[in-house]
Design a protein around this ligand. Sequence first.
Ligand code: CMP
Length: 142
Amino acid sequence: MAVERTLAILKPDCVRKNLIGEVIRRIQEAGFTIRAMKMVRLTKQEAEGFYAVHRGRPFFEDLTTFMSSGPCVPIVLEKENAVADFRALIGATDPAEAAEGTIRRTFADNKGENIVHGSDSVENGRLEANYFFPEHEIVANS
Ligand code: CMP
């Protein structure tokens, strides 16, 4: 299997609930290597830019308001099969539909405030990582 990168974002609800450490612990325990990480407070426009593919969807306004409501923690992760494995670790978008033991099932309140984001493809992972991190901030070897 190929080594891939994916972008995770610990969302504002994760930060507010003091779950940064617990979620990163689960991510590392699952075998992911952290290649870049920081805390940022997105403006509404930055959140709209990040989620531009969802512009026009009914949840776009709530999503971008929520994502700019407090600090979040984008993290570039690396692992074999990282995109699919990370999505399995976090569970379905709606925590009520997420598998038992997943991060969203365990910690998320609802579909909108669902603790963590994960890229849906390698190509989107690269684009999303570059939204937050210039190439020189993504550390190749730890
Ligand atoms: P995320 O993986 O960050 O990508 C898009 C986000 O939109 C998703 O997680 C959800 O938090 C949010 N969202 C809110 N409502 C919906 C919905 N009805 N369908 C899909 N995504 C939604």
